[in-house]
Design a protein around this ligand. Structure first.
Ligand code: CS2
Length: 486
């Protein structure tokens, strides 16, 4: 599919709607939870580009807020995707989202998922949204989850009418309620597709959801095991937060559309999926998505290399005075840590030659026209480190190697924690001087994974690397241009 032809002056200032854009509304067959820029740049784009796109419309629910509802409803779900290449922008109107609703309108969400017309529920609820513990099981101590269990027991048993104020607070709680409604409505099988940056994200979702339902209703649990398929996916497209007013003005200038909710993304995109769709799906392969029996190598490569580097850059890059990825990757101190982490990760991956992937990643990071803010990536850094760096460290140590690259990456994160550029783990006392004492270093390592802090030699390597990087933070504040080689 080619980009929509930009309009001429005659149409300048036209409001975006389906009648004037000449795009019909496909039927509602996919529900999405967690609408934001990423879903629109990724799954909505793939759905719009599928050969059978006319048969697949998306009802998208935000996490909670009404902001996107208010912006996109007058546009009947349409939005402009701005593909921001290193040289120029390309504009495209994406028509796959047909309705936008607020995530806290649980009644509407439940009704949407229960509809027999709906075949797929996709999720971008963030890593933390699954509320699992370090072992990947549902975190039973989480107060919101505990409250949802009581509420859902009563709801599923039919002993209470759920008043709006008592709807489930967690994403999984809302999904359980919606699946319960689907079962009652005889809505038939459905595929749940996690699109969050978690290894085996479909498996994590299945375990967490089944843990939850096991505490609520055995009947619902057996219906889920027969009727719900859990699809794992590895999703990749860098999508920065933007200043909407600025980008809306640029879209209007370039295309003539008045779009209150454009999305900016990089030209690159990738989607690998693994799992079944019992009620059908868009022909996403025709849009470039791939299906794989074994997703692990693809998702690990992306999580450990792209996302791992991002988390290092967010922590250390900000501590060294950078604000965006393109500047941090050109800083030789940051680049050295990223390169060392990638050396470790490459040894843990089954692919033979990763040099092309590394070169491509550096090129993507260096796209200066994408203002990917390090502060955006820094959110939930502790969880991200556990998913993106810790598995590589454990794998390297288990293989009898030193995991020096991971030690440097963890030290880089600690420099960020000390500098306050990334949030510190709950329960670890950080005083904010930037120079952390040995006990704090040990506590931080322990918060990532106790197996790492139990390895005295590895802990010593982290402390050494921290000493070097913390000193570089103090003594070097200017960035150094890199060569572009990974
Ligand atoms: C980033 C990701 O914010 C982050 O943690 O690492 O959002 C990253 O940009 C995407 O996964 C790219 O596909």
């Amino acid at each position: 599919m080619s980009a929509t032809t930009p309009r001429t002056d005659a149409a300048l200032g036209a409001f975006l709607d389906r009648a004037s854009a000449g795009v019909p509304s496909p039927p509602e067959r996919i529900v999405h939870l967690g609408l934001g820029a990423f879903h629109r740049a990724h799954q909505a784009w793939y759905t719009a580009h599928a050969s059978n796109a006319g048969a697949w419309g998306i009802v998208a629910f935000t996490g909670r807020s009404r902001d996107l509802v208010d912006r996109m409803t007058p546009q009947q779900g349409l939005f402009t995707l701005v593909e921001r290449g290193a040289e120029r922008d390309r504009y495209e109107m994406v028509p796959s989202i047909v309705r936008v609703e607020a995530g806290d309108d649980v009644a509407l969400f439940v009704r949407a998922v229960a509809s027999p017309d709906v075949a797929i529920l996709t999720l971008t609820i963030t890593e933390a949204g699954y509320r699992v513990d370090a072992s990947g099981s549902l975190d039973q101590s989480d107060p919101a989850t505990k409250a949802d269990i009581g509420l859902l027991r009563a709801a599923v048993a039919g002993s209470v009418e759920l008043a709006e104020a008592t709807y489930p607070r967690t994403a999984l709680g809302r999904i359980v309620l919606a699946l319960h409604a689907r079962r009652l409505a005889r809505g038939g099988p459905i595929a749940l597709v996690s699109c969050d940056n978690l290894p085996d994200n479909g498996g994590v979702l299945r375990r967490a959801l089944c843990d939850l339902v096991a505490r609520i209703s055995p009947d619902l649990l057996s219906w889920i095991s027969e009727s719900v398929s859990f699809v794992s996916t590895s999703v990749d497209r860098i999508t920065p937060a933007i200043d909407t007013a600025t980008e809306s003005a640029a879209v209007a200038e370039a295309t003539g559309w008045l779009d209150a909710a454009p999305v900016v993304t990089e030209p690159f995109s990738d989607w690998v999926l693994s799992g079944d769709f019992p009620a059908g799906r868009p022909d996403w392969e025709s849009a470039g998505a791939r299906f794989a029996e074994d997703l692990a190598p693809w998702e690990s490569r992306k999580l450990w290399m792209l996302n791992g580097a991002h988390t290092v850059l967010a922590a250390l890059g900000q501590a060294r005075g950078h604000t965006v990825v393109s500047a941090a990757i050109d800083d030789h101190v940051c680049r050295r840590v990223v390169r060392a982490l990638w050396d470790d990760a490459a040894r843990q991956l089954p692919m033979r030659d990763l040099s092309g992937y590394r070169v491509a990643l550096v090129q993507r990071f260096r796209n200066r026209r994408i203002e990917h803010r390090l502060a955006q990536i820094a959110l939930d850094s502790t969880t991200k480190m556990r998913l993106r760096v810790v598995p590589v460290a454990l794998g390297e140590l288990a293989a009898g190697r030193s995991a020096d690259g991971c030690a440097a990456a963890i030290a880089a994160w600690m420099v960020g924690v000390g500098a306050g550029t990334v949030p510190h783990p709950a329960g670890v006392d950080v005083h904010g001087s930037g120079i952390l004492d040995p006990q704090t270093l040990a506590d931080l390592l322990d918060a990532l994974d106790p197996r790492l802090s139990a390895d005295a030699a590895f802990a010593a390597r982290v402390a050494d690397a921290f000493g070097r990087l913390a000193a570089s933070r103090v003594s070097t504040s200017s960035s150094t241009e890199g060569t572009g080689t990974p």
